[in-house]
Design a protein around this ligand. Sequence first.
Ligand code: FES
Length: 107
Amino acid sequence: MVKVTFIDHDGTQTTLEAAEGDSVMETAIANGIDGIVAECGGSMMCATCHCYVDDAWIERTGTRSESEDDMLDSAASEVKPTSRLSCQIRLGADLDGLVVHLPEEQI
Ligand code: FES
């Protein structure tokens, strides 16, 4: 299990235990994190799983792919250099303790 912390746009923090191999999005949906919608279920066909990787973690999560970047063009909230689609971040031991921030809106 790995820990991942979600910080809502209002500052509310929720730390969850996630199974290795699950995505950040799957972890959020399974635990009722309101700030992640994930309309397409993880097939990179929406941008409603948008998150901002905490600055301290951006090197470990890696940067977004070109197709991820294209999909983020339709994100409801501002896209920043740390923006990712949370369905594209797989949790492994290397990401134990990951912190992601949630945008103000997803739709
Ligand atoms: S859940 Fe739709 S792009 Fe991530």
